[in-house]
Design a protein around this ligand. Structure first.
Ligand SMILES: Nc1ncnc2c1ncn2[C@@H]1O[C@H](COP(=O)(O)OP(=O)(O)O)[C@@H](O)[C@H]1O
Ligand SMILES: [Mg+2]
Length: 230
């Protein structure tokens, strides 16, 4: 592994047993992702993209193989260390935003700082700053349902950034957005990747996202079909 590798997957597999049938959602994926790299994961629905994110993010355990983050085999982490990794090192963005409806934008964004043990006032200040940086300075106290889809995804982005993660995992972040709104999200993510050196791994069908990335990983049936330079 080269010194600047931040994520490494080694023969990574996740199989599901369903009524006597084995579904190979992920079936032997090997890849190294560099610090500060922007990688697009592309593939038809059911090709294993979300499963791959769940493994890299430590949300689920592989059937076989390993994930290393900063050289650490995450299967060796105890519950506390894994929680720390998920909270501090990785930010998640989902297709369906997954905001908490009863919390305001600023409270949603501050939530991960609470888990990280940041004092409440400090967390709220930080949240306010990030929301302002994504153009939502005027929407701090709106609840998710009082925001447009694009604004909700920007809140979700801000939340993903709350603890300054080294890695952003974005699972079809523009999948529920119209073209223009999707473009804003892509530009923001790409900007973070370029200016702050955040490693960005994004599953997408969006040609514009694919074009902006350093590498494109094509998946099919739980395997890497090919890898291209962006
Ligand atoms: N919890 C689960 N139980 C059983 N099968 C699953 C589960 N999650 C995903 N799968 C199956 O694994 C395959 C890959 O799914 P997924 O990773 O969600 O693909 P993608 O995100 O590329 O659409 C699909 O065939 C899907 O039906
Ligand atoms: Mg998916």
């Amino acid at each position: 592994m080269s010194f600047d590798t931040i994520i490494e997957m080694e023969d990574l597999a996740r199989h599901y047993e369903m009524g006597g049938v084995t579904i190979k959602a992920l079936d032997g994926v090997d890849i190294e992702i560099g610090r500060g790299e922007y990688v697009s994961i592309v593939g038809p629905s059911g090709s294993g993209k979300t499963t791959l994110f769940n493994m890299v993010g430590g949300l689920d355990r592989p059937t076989r193989g390993r994930v290393y983050i900063d050289g650490v085999d995450i299967s060796k982490l105890d519950a506390y260390e894994l929680a720390w990794l998920r909270c501090r090192k990785i930010g998640y963005i989902f297709q369906t935003f997954n905001l908490i409806p009863v919390l305001t934008a600023v409270e949603n964004v501050a939530l991960p700082t609470v888990f990280a043990g940041v004092p409440r006032n400090e967390g709220l200040k930080k949240a306010e700053k990030i929301l302002t940086s994504v153009g939502l300075g005027e929407r701090l106290h709106h609840r998710p349902l009082e925001l447009s889809a694009g604004q909700q995804q920007r809140v979700a982005m801000a939340r993903a950034m709350a603890n300054d993660p080294a890695i952003i995992l974005a699972d079809e972040p523009t999948g529920n957005l119209d073209l223009n709104t999707g473009m804003e999200i892509i530009d923001l993510l790409h900007g973070l990747n370029k200016t702050q050196g955040m490693t960005l791994v994004a599953a997408t069908h969006d040609l514009k996202m694919i074009k902006a990335s350093d590498r494109i990983v094509w998946m099919r049936d739980g395997k890497i079909e090919k890898i291209e330079r962006g």
